[in-house]
Design a binder for this molecule. Sequence first.
Ligand code: DQA
Length: 153
Amino acid sequence: MQIYIFAVQNIIMKILIINGPNLNLLGKREPTIYGHLSFEDFFQELKKKYSTVEFEYYQSNVEGELINKLHEVGFDYHGIVMNAGAYTHTSIGISDAIAGIKTPVIEVHISNVYAREEYRHTSLMAKNCLGVITGLGMNSYQLATEHFIGLNS
Ligand code: DQA
């Protein structure tokens, strides 16, 4: 008699999505630029789509809290998808935190920052990130997630 043992595929990777200032207002904030979907609704769909990924979501409007979060998970997780909002263009602290951790970070933006005001054309964090995805709406987060899945499969 033959006995077959099938292993159940468990959660294989951990991804943290971080949103910075004002992104708690997605769905209500300037919908012509950022769309009508709340991040929470999008996040539920993302979790359903990639069931082998353990996702965590963190949002803060406070620069130091974003840095603390990067330190907290930055040695354990497989990937961080980060939309630092306006801090992208101003925060040396967030850029240094990304340089100081082990987990790779992909910078994402909903809008195409290069098609907007000049002060949005500079990212202080990009040089310490694995890559940058900008202008693809909420799909920017999904594409960054898929890249991490590809790296870890
Ligand atoms: C943003 C672009 C930033 O310039 C802006 O400050 C944001 C959102 C984006 O996702 O398009 O808050 O990061």
